[in-house]
Design a protein around this ligand. Structure first.
Ligand code: ADP
Ligand code: MG
Length: 309
């Protein structure tokens, strides 16, 4: 549990992340996803509850100690040093999250005899640039990067700490589709190499396609954990999102049942429904209002089925 000024931000969060997976953490704004990351990575200490990493209780340890264990996060908004070059940003990353030197391990190099830590850092930073195909940006000021390039740098910086588990908080926000594909491709490659990811992401298509497991949070609580397919069909999850924000409508477009009577903001919901109906082959809606029923029935496309009950 974690509360801010008497309000529970987290209460009843319980889940596991299996090694070697990409696990999605989803839920509406304010559900407590970022706070969960804060607790896991030691940025804030929970009032009750424990965080266990690879069998070790790490609750309440300072962030640098947790990063040293191999548990590293990226932030919802990137935290690079704008006046430094990309390669400098990478090289200082092992100290960057903690304010002290965290140097868990170095890449073994056949060229190495006795090498200074800085040489090792430089080699590793170059490997990162190559892996993310941003060698050409090595000497660019981080402040000049596009939003998407900054996200690549953010992930590369996290990897500089040689983590086992990476927590990514909305890593694709503001990233153009081709860079997003590139990021996803790298994340999958890393997953296949044995890295583990816990991913906060609002794009349900993406979650469904790339995640091995999904955890759903709502109002500071974990509602459900399962495969993407299981989560999709869970009625409780559907209900938790009724009457919510725009993002929920995207979620709802995946749900076979949508109770319109429980939604609020008629005009807005109406538009959302039409959007959903146009994007999903099967939508069943429960609805009392005859005028709505008329509209929704008309929204039916020839190759799609919309039932209004
Ligand atoms: P999410 O990342 O799922 O959108 P957050 O974890 O950011 O949600 O927030 C969960 C809840 O905790 C929200 O109600 C938010 O306002 C509150 N909260 C988060 N951080 C703080 C803080 N530092 N001080 C006060 N309230 C906070
Ligand atoms: Mg957040």
């Amino acid at each position: 549990m974690k509360s801010f000024g008497g309000i529970n931000a987290l209460n009843g969060v319980s889940f596991e992340v299996s090694p070697g997976t990409i696990t999605g953490l989803i839920g509406p704004n304010g559900a407590g996803k970022s706070t969960t990351f804060d607790v896991i990575t030691g940025m804030i200490t929970p009032e009750t509850g424990t965080v266990t990493f690879a069998g070790t209780d790490v609750t309440g340890r300072p962030p640098h100690a947790i990063a040293e264990c191999g548990l590293v996060r990226t932030f919802q908004s990137a935290k690079e040093f704008k006046n430094m070059t990309v390669i400098e940003n990478l090289m200082i990353a092992p100290g960057g999250q903690s304010g002290e030197t965290v140097w868990r391990s170095v890449v073994p190099s056949s060229r190495s005899e006795v090498r200074s830590e800085e040489d090792e850092l430089f080699d590793r930073a170059c490997d990162m640039l190559e892996f993310f195909e941003i060698e050409h940006l090595a000497l660019e000021s981080a402040g000049n990067l596009s939003g998407g390039q900054r996200k690549l740098l953010e992930l590369a910086r996290a990897l500089m700490l040689d983590p086992e588990l990476l927590l990514l908080d909305e890593p694709f926000a503001g990233v153009n589709p081709s860079l997003e594909d590139q990021l996803l491709d790298r994340i999958e490659t890393l997953r296949d190499q044995g890295y583990t990811f816990l991913l906060v992401e609002h794009d349900i298509d993406l979650i469904m396609e790339y995640c091995n497991a999904v955890i759903v949070m709502h109002q500071g609580e974990t509602l459900f954990r399962g495969s993407p397919e299981e989560v999709k069909s869970e009625r409780e999850v559907v209900e938790a999102y009724l009457g919510g924000e725009v993002w929920h409508s995207v979620w709802k477009s995946y749900c076979p049942v949508w109770d319109l009577n429980q939604t609020s903001g008629m005009k807005e919901q109406n538009d959302k429904f039409l959007f959903s109906a146009g994007h999903h082959p099967l939508i069943v809606a429960f609805c009392d209002s005859p005028s709505w029923q008329h509209k929704f029935t008309r929204s039916r496309h020839s190759n799609q089925r919309t039932f209004v009950v």
